[in-house]
Every structure is written in structure tokens, then in C-alpha cells.
Design a protein around this ligand. Structure first.
Ligand SMILES: [Zn+2]
Length: 408
């Protein structure tokens, strides 16, 4: 089966270009891109459905069972045999079909929705994150459907909404009770295979004070901003401590004070202050424990100064994740990269958070992140992907499918 000659650059770039030309940020929604994909996946012979998650914001779910593809109908009457000992496997490709917004279009040197190819690079919003990858996945599935007479098991493609904001799309996919043995999340993986990533805890801290005329202000005043400053000093100490922790796949955890708002006017003593925090977690850390420990540290400060009354409110938690190196999906992708690209890929962890954590932690589906391009190209002005990366990934995906679903 010659994957390299049959998976063609033009097929992938044509599809990726069409996908980029259909806006699907939070404002545009995913309906149109889903309908476009639906026609393509149906034409391949897959069973397709749109799962409406929010109004005009669906997921697309496509499945095909071995023996049900067009080829097997053509070979009707052929008595195929399933090799002895073969266990049917199912594999899911997961990719998000939403993108981040384009930002200020004036800053782009190329039209973010034109999807032009220049110097072997495809430019446009979603080129790297991750419509290019979606195209690579679909062309790999097409290759199997058109070239393998009979395969055992099942291919599932899930194009999910709202990954860039909430991860709601993949959560809803899991509610459909889809059974799969393994999954590949096609986020840009920096020419590595990621079997882990960090998590995020977003939360807010509130402090309080006593509203008074600013002319009354002295070190005895109860000023919410000064109180918050004391807590921020503690957070800074924690930040230093976190640098001393290490996970061999994803590095050290971190804490960032990203936003602060407080007070009313310069001639009033502030009676409230709020900061928004992004804490990046390791797979071995437990989000609720982290918040409990933080409360204890702040409580200890309050024992010394009872003005330091505070409140911590959880906002969004996306858990960190790690699967074992010995998981079949890790080994399969490793083997396929080795075969197609003739390199020994680095297996590591990703700093950013992805839908992999939902698949693994909530769905119990062993998963890896493997996809074309580099994360540093995501969310940028003049986002692009090298065409060669798309072709490589598509060939690797096809090789994974071929090996898992057939016995050659
Ligand atoms: Zn992404």
C-alpha cells in the first residue's frame, strides 16, 4: 500500500483552503463549516450527523465501520476472512473546527480568509490551528476508504466546536456515548508526539476594605488594594516555589496574575479589589487541592493581619493529563512517524491545554496529540502552515489507520 504516492499535497491543500475560507470563530459559529464537511464525509461513505450544541454551533460526528465502505460493496460476493486473533479496534480523530478571531485585519499581510499558498506555506486563520490538520485527517480517511478493500474496526471523525473557548464541543461528543479504543487529537505538535499536557485553573480572588475619605488614609486604614497587594506578594512567593517543581514531560507549573481591578476613585479608600489568576497545573496536581492550599496560606496571613479578608471563586478548570508511554496509541503513532518520516520522534508533553484532557479524564479514551505545524504559529497574525507538514501528518495518520484497522 503506497501511502506516499497516493496521499497527494493538492488534495490536502484544496480541502484546507476551502475550510479556511469559511469563517468559524466564536461570532461566525461552526454551522457552515460543519455543513461543508458533512457533504465531503458523506461522499466518502461515512455516516455523518451534526450534533447541535448551541444554536448554529454544532459538532460534526462521522463514523464508518469496516466492511461498510464503498469498496466492500464493489467486492460484494468476495468471501473475506478476518485473520485469526484479530481484534477489531476503533480509532477517533478529534479536531476543533472553531478558530480564534482574526484580530485586527489591518495587521495581516495576507487576507486571513483567502487561504493563499506562497513559498510552500498556506496562510490564513486556522491554517495551523487547526483546519490544516482537519484536512490532513480527512484525506487520510479518504485514502483508507478508497484503497483498502476491507478493514476491521471503526474510524470516527469528530470535528468539535468551541475548543478555543470552553471545550464544550468535545464534552458533548462524550455525551453521545461513542465507544472508541483510542484517539488522536490533531493539534499542532511541534514535530513531536505529546502524551501529556498541562491543565489550567482560572479563578478570581476578592479582597475587601472600608470605604473612607482618602484624607483619612494611613497605615491603619483598611484598603482593599493594599490588602490585595499582600496576597499578590504571597502569590509571587508561590510562583518561585513552583519553578522548583518539575514534570519530565511538561516542565514546571506556574501562576500568573493576569488582571486586576479595584477601588472607586483616587480620593476614596478602596473597599474592593479583584484579581484574575491563571494557574497552570501538572498532571499529578489536583485542582481543588491547589485552591485549598492557597486558602490556607492566605488564612495564615490573615492570622497576622485580620484586614486580609478574602474570597476565592473558581472560574474554569481544564485538567492536566498524561497517558502512559506504553499505551497502544502512543506506540502506534511513534511507529507510523518512524515509518513515514524515517525519524525517531520525541515523545513529550505540551504546555498548552487541549481537548485531550476531556477525552482521557472524562471519556477514559487513551489519546495523544499529533498534528501538523507548530504551536507558536497558532493564534498569530499571518498564521500559516508549511504545506509539507500537512502532507507528512496525513501520511502518518493513514499509516496509523492502516496498521490498526488491517493486519498488514
Ligand atoms: Zn487548537
Amino acid at each position: 500500500m503506497d501511502i506516499k504516492s497516493k496521499i497527494k499535497e493538492k488534495d490536502i491543500t484544496n480541502l484546507a483552503q476551502e475550510l479556511i475560507r469559511i469563517p468559524s470563530d466564536e461570532i461566525a459559529g461552526e454551522q457552515e463549516v460543519c455543513e461543508y464537511l458533512s457533504d465531503i464525509l458523506k461522499s466518502l461513505g461515512m455516516k455523518v450527523r451534526l450534533q447541535e450544541v448551541l444554536p448554529k454551533r454544532p459538532n460534526i460526528i462521522a463514523e464508518v465501520l469496516g466492511g461498510n465502505n464503498g469498496k466492500s460493496i464493489m467486492f460484494n460476493g468476495h468471501i473475506d476472512t478476518v485473520p485469526i486473533g484479530n481484534i477489531e479496534k476503533s480509532i477517533m480523530f478529534n479536531g476543533h473546527i472553531d478558530t480564534v478571531p482574526i484580530g485586527n485585519i489591518e495587521k495581516w499581510n495576507t487576507d486571513p480568509y483567502k487561504a493563499i499558498i506562497k513559498d510552500s506555506k498556506l496562510f490564513g486563520r486556522g491554517a495551523t490551528d487547526m483546519k490544516g490538520s482537519i484536512a490532513s485527517m480527512i484525506i487520510a480517511i479518504k485514502y483508507i476508504m478508497n484503497n483498502v478493500e476491507n478493514f476491521n474496526g471503526k474510524i470516527i471523525f469528530t470535528g468539535v466546536m468551541a475548543e478555543e473557548t470552553t471545550g464544550l464541543g468535545t464534552q458533548k461528543v462524550l455525551e453521545e456515548n461513542i465507544k472508541t479504543d483510542m484517539a488522536i487529537v490533531g493539534e499542532p505538535s511541534d514535530e513531536k508526539i505529546y502524551r501529556a499536557h498541562k491543565g489550567t485553573i482560572w479563578f478570581n480572588i476578592f479582597t475587601y476594605g472600608k470605604l473612607e475619605h482618602s484624607s483619612e488614609s494611613d497605615t491603619e486604614s483598611n484598603n482593599a488594594i493594599i490588602n490585595m497587594m499582600r496576597l499578590i506578594e504571597e502569590i509571587n512567593k508561590i510562583s518561585k516555589e513552583l519553578e522548583g517543581k518539575n514534570n519530565s514531560l511538561v516542565g514546571h507549573p506556574s501562576i500568573n496574575v493576569g488582571l486586576i481591578e479595584g477601588g472607586t476613585k483616587q480620593n476614596m479608600i478602596a473597599d474592593s479589589c479583584k484579581v484574575s489568576i491563571d494557574r497552570r497545573t501538572l498532571p499529578e496536581e489536583e485542582p481543588n487541592e491547589i485552591l485549598d492550599e492557597l486558602r490556607v496560606r492566605f488564612d495564615n496571613l490573615r492570622l497576622i493581619d485580620n484586614r486580609l479578608k478574602f474570597n476565592i471563586e473558581k472560574d474554569t478548570i481544564r485538567e492536566a493529563v498524561e497517558v502512559s508511554e506504553s499505551e497502544p496509541i502512543v506506540q502506534e503513532v511513534k511507529r507510523a512517524v518512524n515509518k513515514i518520516l524515517n525519524i525517531n520522534p520525541i515523545v513529550s508533553g505540551m504546555k498548552a491545554t487541549t481537548d485531550m484532557s476531556i477525552l482521557v479524564n472524562q471519556g477514559n479514551i487513551p489519546s495523544v496529540i499529533y498534528g501538523p505545524g507548530f504551536i507558536k504559529q497558532a493564534h498569530t497574525i499571518d498564521e500559516f502552515i508549511e504545506v509539507e507538514r500537512l502532507v507528512e501528518s496525513s501520511q502518518v495518520y493513514a499509516e496509523v489507520l492502516l496498521n490498526i484497522l488491517t493486519n498488514n
